[in-house]
Design a protein around this ligand. Structure first.
Ligand code: NAP
Length: 312
């Protein structure tokens, strides 16, 4: 029979690794299961400058996450690389079935994250973190006085475009239709902002550059016309932000847990609708998805798992 852990943590991003650290320090037998590389979204972030105390020169997402991984291990959290295919969460012992084996625990912390939808253009992977970003809060400061482009027409795209005008000298929203999806009140503010420009009925089909993003091809979806946009000669680069929605990694829990638009609902203490099952980080319904809020969620979830185990 498989070992019954006190807590299994699904996902090794900042929320999962922080939960692992706190659970390990509380002397809970802890297993962190991750299907890919550690870090979630920050594994693809080139530079982190908004995590409190984060003043290490040249710090990248992967180097920050490597230290979080080490810290969780130091306090005894076990690690396992597997893809979980099904779960049984309602019993006293929770069961997770992966490709490589079955895992049992008294409590589960779901920290599987949410990932921005890719823009869907040629060379996107090559320039992600090198001009292409999916997080204005993280990366806007790198484009101080540069030109930036924002793809999308919903609340996120328009609100983030307005945030970007605090840094960039010009922000152009590229939208695939000629009307925004964003709420009217948000639209009005954007139309009144002199730094915001629009490229309607358009999609980005290709991005290019040497090391950094410096050109892109945009297609007018009505006429089929292709236009190449190149960086101002003095700038040598521009920013491209994608805000065309997110995909929460929650399909595994469909129909089991209360959710809103695919995000798991929790109370302030990370409890989901099933006792002993907690959610932490970007997978939750929440207002700010950042490393610092994910880490906080992970810490709370682990301490609540400890209370749950002690009281049952
Ligand atoms: P969203 O509302 O789903 O909007 C996505 C936008 O991206 C749409 O304009 C869509 O175009 C465009 N799009 C989708 N796929 C695309 C593709 N492949 N290529 C180009 N464009 C594409 O997503 P969101 O803005 O991230 O918002 C998600 C949810 O959070 C929404 O319910 C939103 O109301 C909410 N939210 C609220 C606030 C707020 O209240 N302040 C702030 C942020 C988000 P179409 O319009 O043509 O479909």
């Amino acid at each position: 029979m498989s070992k019954i852990y006190d807590v299994i943590i699904l996902g090794a991003g900042p929320a999962g690794l922080t939960a692992g650290l706190y659970a390990g320090r509380s002397r809970l037998s802890t297993l962190i299961i991750e299907k890919g590389q550690d870090g979630g979204q920050i594994a693809i972030t080139d530079e982190i400058e908004n995590y409190p105390g984060q003043m290490v020169e040249g710090e990248s997402g992967p180097s920050l996450i490597a230290r979080m991984t080490e810290q969780a291990k130091k306090f005894g959290a076990e690690r396992c690389s597997d893809t979980i295919k099904s779960v049984e969460l309602t019993g006293e012992v929770k069961k997770l079935v992966g490709v490589k084996g079955e895992y049992l625990a008294k409590s589960v912390i779901i920290a599987t994250g949410a990932f921005p939808k890719p823009i869907g253009c040629e060379n996107e992977g090559k320039f992600t973190g090198k001009g292409i970003s999916f997080c204005a809060t993280c990366d806007a400061a790198f484009f101080e006085d540069f030109e930036v482009y924002v793809v999308g027409g919903g609340d996120s795209a328009v609100e983030e475009a307005m945030y970007l005008t605090k840094f960039a000298r010009k922000v152009t929203i590229i939208h695939r239709r000629d009307q925004l999806r964003a709420a009217k009140s948000i639209q009005e503010k954007a139309f009144a902002n002199p730094k915001i420009h629009f490229l309607w009925d358009s999609v980005v089909v290709k991005v290019d550059g040497d090391e950094l993003l410096s050109s892109m091809t945009v297609k007018n979806v009505k006429t089929g016309e292709l236009t190449t946009i190149t960086a101002d000669e003095d700038d040598g680069l521009f920013g491209l932000f994608g805000f065309i929605g997110y995909n929460p990694n929650s399909q595994l829990f469909d129909g089991m847990l209360d959710m809103e638009n695919g995000y798991i609902k929790t109370d302030d203490n990370m409890h989901t609708s099933i006792p002993g099952v907690f959610a932490a980080g970007d997978i939750r319904v929440k207002s700010l998805r950042q490393v610092v809020t994910a880490a906080a969620d992970g810490a709370i979830a682990a301490m609540q798992a400890e209370h749950f185990i002690s009281n049952t």
